[in-house]
Write a protein that binds this ligand. Structure first.
Ligand code: SAM
Length: 241
């Protein structure tokens, strides 16, 4: 997949995609094309923003440099504007975007970008949450990271992606590692029992219970099987530990 990003501070994106997602580019699972908007300034000051029509605070990113930057990209694919006014990003959207061959992210700064650019070129506006960042670069990094995890071969063990929180509408639940005892805190006994069926049942029940505790909104939407209902009831009554 080809990922293009138009940004005033593209270095933010490069420095944040490290580890497994950084390797995705090294191993050519995806290509990253960072377009520096500063290279497309249309004035002698090298700026790409101007004061807003109608007055008001801050500056607005001009249409012309954005248009030129977009035209410098061979295959833009879907054009996504990062904006706190967009639809909230989630796991489903990450999978949907990861299936595209080409995608282009537009990262705003200041008060955002001229609406005429959005009207003419943007296919979708995405927000990473109901808060305001100073720029779209971090939002682009968040989305790209989460998209890349869903590309085959990016995470060594694909099974781990399928078991991640949100992949099936619930949270993953607790994780433990060595030592088995630390400051009198014990790892749940079942996890060290070696009984694979019991461990799988405990993990499923723990995942349901954690979802119920932390995200009752998600839990309400789950359609539990009879087995899951029994496992959760047994977990809550302490029978599974
Ligand atoms: N004045 C704008 C508003 O109130 O809608 C906010 C502009 S914000 C300071 C500058 C840029 O940061 C935006 O153009 C967008 O690219 C990015 N940004 C801010 N919050 C975001 C969010 N929650 N999700 C995605 N991008 C965001």
């Amino acid at each position: 997949m080809n990922i293009n990003v138009i940004a005033l501070f593209p270095e933010v994106i490069k420095s944040s995609l490290v580890g497994v997602t950084g390797k995705a580019f090294e191993n050519e699972k995806a290509k990253l094309n960072l377009v520096d908007l500063k290279d497309f300034s249309t004035n002698s000051y090298g700026s790409v923003d101007d004061s807003p029509y109608g007055g008001g605070e801050g500056m607005v990113m001009c249409i012309e440099p954005l248009e030129k930057a977009l035209r410098s990209i061979c295959s833009t694919g879907k054009v996504v504007n990062l904006s706190p006014q967009g639809k909230i990003f989630n796991h489903k959207k990450a999978i949907e975007l990861s299936l595209l061959e080409n995608i282009t992210f537009i990262c705003g700064r200041y008060e955002g970008i001229d609406q005429r650019f959005i009207d003419s070129y943007v296919d979708e506006e995405i927000s990473i949450g109901d808060f305001v960042l100073s720029g779209g670069e971090i939002a682009a990094s968040v989305i790209i990271d989460s998209m890349l995890r869903n590309l085959p071969g990016v995470i060594g063990n694909q099974d781990s992606v399928n078991k991640d929180s949100h992949s099936h509408g619930k949270l993953k639940g607790y994780s433990f590692t060595k030592p088995a005892t630390y400051n009198n805190q014990e790892v749940p006994e079942v996890l060290t029992s070696g009984d694979h069926e019991k461990i799988a049942n405990w993990k499923l029940a723990n995942s349901l219970w954690v979802t119920k505790q932390k995200r009752p909104d998600l839990f309400e939407q789950l359609q539990l099987s009879e087995k899951e209902m029994i496992l959760l009831r047994d977990y809550e009554s302490g029978k599974l530990s």
